[in-house]
Ligand binder design. Structure first.
Ligand code: SF4
Ligand code: SF4
Length: 386
């Protein structure tokens, strides 16, 4: 969504390219519970005089940035970015919801949207002896944790288990420690363009300053944002499931013990439809003895959004209709799954809430893949040294 100063809204989002086919709205998952009609916004935004009014429409905050509309648009448009452009107009005028304002201010002040102190970003490492990257020391895998994983006690286990596994597999790696700061994924979708540009500049300088062969992101949100919105980042970026799948393939990783469970994998929108990573998480789950992997009807590119993205962690939906995460959990229950496995911290939080809301805690668990693998040990006898 690069914009030059003299571009109009129409030019910036290529609104004239739209043929009003409606495939965007037809595929938009939130239409079952809100009034959002993204095709209509693409049409109306052509009239510059309407922009201010459109920016005040409550529905622009219903978009989860799942990207289904962009995947389906036959003209290669990104309809969701029209909604983000409208959010930007509102943010610019200072008229956003207090929760959004507080999250953005927290990113600006503390480098995370959770209103946590910058100085406690590495507290999750306590007792783990985690190597911290130094600009003058080469490192193969430079890990980027993510604000949510670093601070939320429910999902810190993702990073903690990954460290244990990396040690067991003899991988060369380092973390950024307290120098890590928000990747800006949610700042972008909440429409704070100026802050996002500043974040991209600062993080690009920080990450390019290390002698790292590649950056490995733990969250699909950081992964996709680095891949698609950091034009000057000089290192390749991977999601951690890609790194672990690569280690499996090279015979550098194998697991001891097994897990006799029926597992269904929920493709996170940012990992799947936005970044095309579908097979690696499944390969990891299949590498565990005893696992029976089943599939949702709506899987891979058609995966149903959990409504955790697009800044929705800070914007409560006005709709009282069933949440998509609850629909997802009902689908998992119908499949007889014991475990819903995910590879994204936001999906853990939204789907786990849905399990609780539906009262399925006895029958079903929501776990991040790394949480699950952490219950196993690395089998040193079956692996070649990394
Ligand atoms: S899918 Fe693309 S071309 Fe069709 S209405 Fe939506 S934005 Fe326009
Ligand atoms: S990104 Fe997803 S939620 Fe947002 S308008 Fe597109 S399809 Fe709908």
């Amino acid at each position: 969504m690069e914009m030059t100063e003299n571009q109009t809204f129409t030019e910036r989002f290529d609104l004239l390219g739209c043929i009003q086919c409606g495939r965007c709205t037809g595929g938009c998952p939130v239409t079952v519970r809100t009034n959002l009609n993204v095709r209509r916004f693409v049409y109306d935004a052509y009239n510059e005089e309407l922009l201010e009014e459109l920016a005040r429409a409550a529905e622009i905050w219903d978009c989860t940035a799942c990207h289904t509309c962009a995947v389906r648009c036959p003209k290669g448009l990104k309809p969701l970015e029209v909604l983000i452009g409208l959010r930007s107009l509102l943010v610019e005028s200072g008229k956003t919801q207090p929760s959004v304002r507080d999250a953005l201010e927290s990113v600006f002040r503390e480098g995370n949207p959770w209103e946590k102190p910058r100085a406690t970003r590495s507290d999750w490492m306590e007792g783990l002896d985690v190597p911290i990257a130094q600009p003058d020391q080469p490192v193969e895998n430079l890990f980027f944790v993510c604000c949510t994983i670093a601070y939320d006690p429910r999902v810190q286990v993702i990073a903690q288990n990954l460290v244990r596994l990396l040690k067991g597999a003899g991988v060369n790696y380092a973390f950024l420690g307290d120098d890590e700061s928000c990747c800006g994924s949610e700042v972008f979708t909440l429409g704070e363009e100026g802050l996002f540009e500043m974040i991209v500049e600062d993080n690009t300088e920080l990450l390019n300053g290390y002698q790292a062969e590649r950056i490995v992101a733990l969250s699909p949100h950081c992964f996709t944002t680095f891949r698609t919105r950091y034009p000057n980042l000089k290192k390749p970026v991977l999601h951690y499931t890609q790194l672990l799948a690569e280690l499996l393939e090279q015979g550098k990783l194998a697991f001891k013990g097994g897990l006799a469970k029926k597992i269904v994998f929920h493709d996170p929108c940012y990992l799947g439809k936005q970044s095309g990573v579908f097979d690696e998480p499944r390969r990891l789950l299949k590498a565990v003895d005893g696992v029976e992997l089943v599939e949702f009807d709506r899987s891979r590119e058609r995966s149903l959004c959990c409504e955790g993205g697009g800044g929705k962690m800070w914007v409560e939906s006005e709709s009282k209709k069933e949440r998509l995460a609850e629909t997802r959990i009902r689908d998992a229950r119908a499949l007889g799954a014991d475990i819903v496995a995910v590879a994204c911290p936001f999906c853990v939080l939204t789907l786990e809430d849905a399990v609780k809301a539906l009262g399925y805690e006895e029958e079903m668990r929501v776990v991040e893949i790394m949480e699950l693998l952490g219950e196993l040990e690395v089998d040193q006898d079956k692996t070649n040294p990394a």
